[in-house]
Write a protein that binds this ligand. Sequence first.
Ligand SMILES: [Zn+2]
Length: 318
Amino acid sequence: MRKPLAATCAALIALGGPAAGQGPAPAPLPFVLKQIGAGVYAAIDGPDHKAGSNAGFVIGDDGVLVVDAFFTPDAARALVGEIRRLTPKPIRYVVNTHYHADHTGGDQVLRDAGAVIIAHRNVRGWVRTNNINLFGDRITPELRARIEALPLPDLVTDQGLTVWLGARRVVVRTVLGHTGGDLVVAVPDAKVLFAGDMLWRKVAPNLIDGSVAEWQAADADFAAIPGAAQTRYVPGHGDVADLKDVEDFRGYLLDVRRLVDEGRKANLKDDALVQAVAPKLRSLHPDWAISDRAVAAEVRYMNAELAGTKQLPVPQPE
Ligand SMILES: [Zn+2]
């Protein structure tokens, strides 16, 4: 519940802040907060993509666990503000679903708010380096400096992990497919699975670090969890999803693989391969956002995977 306006104004006046009608209006949130279970919230990136990705959080008996930190510190600060509006309990953890900066860019804000950063063990070796490759020719000096200063995770795992928030159980699992260092977060009592970028809803996924062979298998597993038909799946990009969306996404991955394979068998290469795949993919998934840039990249990465030349992030020694 938001505080009643009168109470908020009274508090501002008491603090010497601007009275109603003066001063700038508060900035709109860069995400839409959606309650998807008792004490479980998805923070879905807004239409102008200011947050950069989705995030979410779980309020337990004695603290809060956050899933992902958005791209910008400002978006992470807005998330902390929303948590503070809902509960005074301490923010104890943030789980990074993977190293990509659109999910880790706000980590320092969460850490400053009290969170221990949990990630797959490979994230420590990649978050300050591979994120620079991720942006390619779109990197700027400012972004490079920000990436090189990202905090390293405090607590890493290459296996499952159970986090207890008092009596509330949160299950962190490793999965294969998107980067080689992915975690998903289940809240069994609420039938929620935060899938990070292992799941995209009606948005073309980024395959740059992915293995589609492993990825589609992991999504088949997501669709087979107990209670799948009642589960709310929070994707890394796109709105809150259900079982049908998980199957739709897996179908999309399989279509990319099949269409690129068919084009390769017809000896199509480079642009000709993209031109052959793009219209077929769009006609199979007419309600998906598939930009020219995204489909060109998907075809290139899928082609490399099928050719056996795909370069994947290399795990670094601890
Ligand atoms: Zn992402």
